[in-house]
Every structure is written in structure tokens, then in C-alpha cells.
Design a protein around this ligand. Structure first.
Ligand code: ATP
Ligand code: MG
Length: 140
């Protein structure tokens, strides 16, 4: 089965959406293979999001992602990468509320930045992101 990396971002954790998100995760047939709570520091989150380092929103993104703890999970399921992205909904949570009302970002996100969850966008990023947090899984 395929694995992907999911993160409940600070607004999701602090807003008490963790139980609702986890219920949705299991309703849609994902298995939580590993999980841990992490408090990002600035250097670590900059490495995690290095592909976005030249974007205008980068410093704001790193401030948001270090504003509180996050819950990092490895989700397992057939087609986990694409299915988790579909379940999250669009990046802009305001748009998600209109076009994807049952998505997770519709449930707990606020806008383009504070969108409460992350998901790997490809096989390659899933491998990179899983080993970023769980080095011992990188051989899977
Ligand atoms: P994620 O990578 O978190 O699953 P995504 O792939 O939909 O979301 P990316 O374009 O990879 O979005 O951007 C990574 C994260 O950076 C977004 O989830 C969001 O928190 C933030 N972000 C993206 N675009 C913007 C923007 N225009 N303004 C502010 N923050 C943004
Ligand atoms: Mg992305």
C-alpha cells in the first residue's frame, strides 16, 4: 500500500480539529502508520519547505508553521498520495468551502495560508517528506 505524509498544521491542532480530522482519515480508509507531534523551529521548517524559499509568502509561511505544534502522520492506503490531497481540498480554504464543502480544508482552514493540513504532492515528495520526519522508514 502507498504511504504519504500528512501534517495537521498549528491552526488545526490549536483549533481542536485533530479528532475530527482523524475521524475523517479513518472513514476514508486511511491507516495512520506513524505519528508524532513536532514543534518546528525556523531552520527546520525552512528546510522542509525549501522548494518555496523564493516565494513571496515564504517568511509568512515559516512564521505560521512555527506558531505552535504540528501533528505529523504517515498515512497508508491504496493511492494514498492522491486520495489524501483530494480529501484535503484546494490550497485556498475559502475556495474549498465553496467548491469542496466536505473537504478537510473546508472544515478547518481559513485562507490560502492557514489551511490546516499538508499532504505530499508526489511519490518523490512523499519519500522525501516521510524520511524527513521518520528516517527509519526511508527504506520502505
Ligand atoms: P501543502 O503543500 O501544504 O499541501 P499545497 O501543496 O496546496 O499545500 P503549496 O503551493 O505547496 O500548497 O504551498 C505550501 C503551503 O504554503 C500552503 O499549504 C500554504 O500554507 C502556503 N501558501 C501557499 N500559497 C500561499 C500564498 N499565496 N500565500 C500564503 N501562503 C501560501
Ligand atoms: Mg505543496
Amino acid at each position: 500500500e502507498e504511504k504519504t505524509l500528512a501534517i495537521i498544521k498549528p491552526d488545526g491542532l490549536l483549533g481542536n480539529y485533530t479528532d475530527d480530522i482523524k475521524r475523517t482519515i479513518s472513514e476514508y480508509g486511511f491507516h495512520i502508520f506513524k505519528e508524532k507531534t513536532v514543534q518546528f523551529d525556523e531552520a527546520t521548517v525552512k528546510r522542509f519547505y525549501e522548494e518555496h524559499s523564493s516565494k513571496s509568502f515564504f517568511s509568512s509561511l515559516t512564521k505560521y508553521m512555527t506558531s505552535g505544534p504540528v501533528l505529523v502522520m504517515v498515512l497508508e492506503k491504496d493511492n494514498a498520495i492522491a486520495d489524501w490531497r483530494a480529501l484535503m481540498g484546494p490550497t485556498d480554504a475559502r475556495k474549498a468551502k465553496i467548491t469542496h464543502p466536505h473537504s478537510i480544508r473546508s472544515m478547518c482552514g481559513l485562507d490560502t495560508q492557514k489551511n490546516c493540513v499538508h499532504g505530499s504532492d508526489s511519490t518523490k515528495s512523499a519519500e522525501r517528506e516521510i524520511s524527513f520526519f521518520f528516517r527509519e522508514l526511508s527504506a520502505d
